[in-house]
Ligand binder design. Structure first.
Ligand SMILES: NC(=O)c1ccc[n+]([C@@H]2O[C@H](COP(=O)([O-])OP(=O)(O)OC[C@H]3O[C@@H](n4cnc5c(N)ncnc54)[C@H](O)[C@@H]3O)[C@@H](O)[C@H]2O)c1
Ligand SMILES: [Zn+2]
Length: 365
């Protein structure tokens, strides 16, 4: 078992990672005094179908007297205020006794994790929650760091809270039922960590990304904990995203989000971020931040992972317009995370429109 400690004072917690050990969830909660009387499992129909029964069994075996299940429907649109209301109302019925504090378990991908985390943050002004991520993206990214939220029609993640889980329990074997496209989507974030923070990880990925995509557990057990460690370091420095450190995780995302919107459903998040990283690498070279070799390696690795670095049939002006709606758009400018080398990021707020325009045209070619 691999263990990463997220050191945040009295909000510290562990991320524990192994393969084929879902039956150890109950004991892991017991060890941390979280196997309370009432455990509310939030999941989705698909994930629940695969994993709710084993989760319920391990929790019951650990002495939890009442285990309940609430499903959040699939898809980004489900991360809504309506579903948030349903979730907390369900919790109110599930745990009516004010003297018994329920524990929330988020079993699923980032949609379930973000919504269940926000429900846990708000219900009775906060009850403990545990993340059990079942997508690669959730394992390396969304389950760690305490950002919880739902979307509004006006924008993504506009209502939420910083609220850290008490434990993140990762069973990498659950990735075996995940569609390949979702694995690739998570791999985009894995590559992002290497590109901005860790040259050794990046080099390891260049050698082993195909094994990882084939879910070689040994390779995953090396890479996933390293990504979590990197994210934990960033979160420790800048828990509330105010010090300009957590922004590095946005590499490829400023243009990526705009490309995702402009592509109107043709690309998923990871694919759009992949194209966004190719564009950001192009900008880095164009601005003299790093040599061309860096861009070549980034694009090369994304391509080996089966991720796109180009997109056809979208309008350059649409993308540029969407970048202005980015939440990081301040005072008429975006902050772009760029590369100084593999494993080293920098941020610039003074990128001229023509440089952005050129990078967008580059990935549209
Ligand atoms: N909180 C954060 O810091 C943070 C960071 C990054 C992303 N996010 C959020 O995460 C969300 C995306 O998360 P995601 O990529 O995990 O997508 P997701 O939660 O939508 O899951 C993707 C799909 O995979 C299915 N699925 C999940 N696990 C499965 C499994 N083991 N087997 C079979 N099917 C499975 C789901 O039902 C869903 O259809 C977005 O809403 C994004 O905003 C949050
Ligand atoms: Zn992302």
């Amino acid at each position: 078992m691999e263990q990463v400690h997220v050191a945040l004072g009295n909000r510290s917690y562990d991320v524990v990672i192994d393969a084929g050990w879902l039956d150890q969830l109950g004991p892991s909660l017991s060890d941390r005094k979280l196997a309370r009387k009432n455990i509310a499992v939030f999941t989705s129909p698909v994930v629940g179908e695969h994993y709710y029964v084993p989760v319920q069994q391990t929790l019951s075996a650990a002495g939890v007297s009442t285990v309940g299940r609430h499903d959040i429907p699939d898809g980004e649109d489900s991360k809504s205020l309506d579903n948030f209301a349903r979730a907390v109302q369900w919790l109110a019925r599930f745990a009516p006794d004010p003297s018994v504090e329920p524990v929330v378990v988020a079993l699923g991908g980032g949609v379930v994790g973000d919504l269940a985390g926000f429900a846990a943050a708000s219900f009775r002004r906060g009850v403990p929650y545990v993340q059990v991520p079942t997508t690669l993206l959730a394992a390396v990214d969304s389950s760690v760091g305490g950002k919880t939220a739902v979307n509004l029609p006006e924008g993504k993640n506009l209502v939420g809270a910083f609220y850290q889980p008490r434990l993140v329990f990762v069973d990498l074997s659950t990735l075996r039922t995940l569609p390949e496209r979702e694995i690739r989507c998570g791999m985009a974030e894995v590559i992002k960590y290497g590109a901005i923070l860790d040259a050794d990880l990046f080099a390891f990925l260049e050698d082993s990304v195909e094994d990882l995509m084939a879910l070689d557990m040994e390779a995953l057990l090396r890479v996933v904990p390293r990504c979590v460690e990197l994210k934990a370091e960033v979160v420790k420095e800048d828990e509330h995203d105010r010090k300009g450190v957590r922004v590095c995780l946005n590499f490829g995302h400023t243009l990526g989000h705009a490309i995702e919107k402009a592509a109107a459903g043709r690309l998923n998040h990871g694919e759009a971020v992949s194209v966004g990283m190719a564009a950001a690498a192009h900008m880095s070279v164009r601005l003299g931040q790093c040599p061309y070799k860096v861009q070549e390696r980034v694009e090369g690795l994304l391509t080996t992972a089966g991720l796109p670095t180009r997109i056809e049939k979208i309008d350059v002006d649409d993308i540029l317009e969407f970048t202005k709606h980015d939440k990081k758009f301040v005072a008429g400018r975006n902050r772009y995370v760029l590369l100084s080398s593999i494993g080293q990021w920098s941020v610039r707020e003074d990128v001229a429109d023509e440089v952005v325009d050129e990078a967008v045209r580059y990935v549209l070619s």
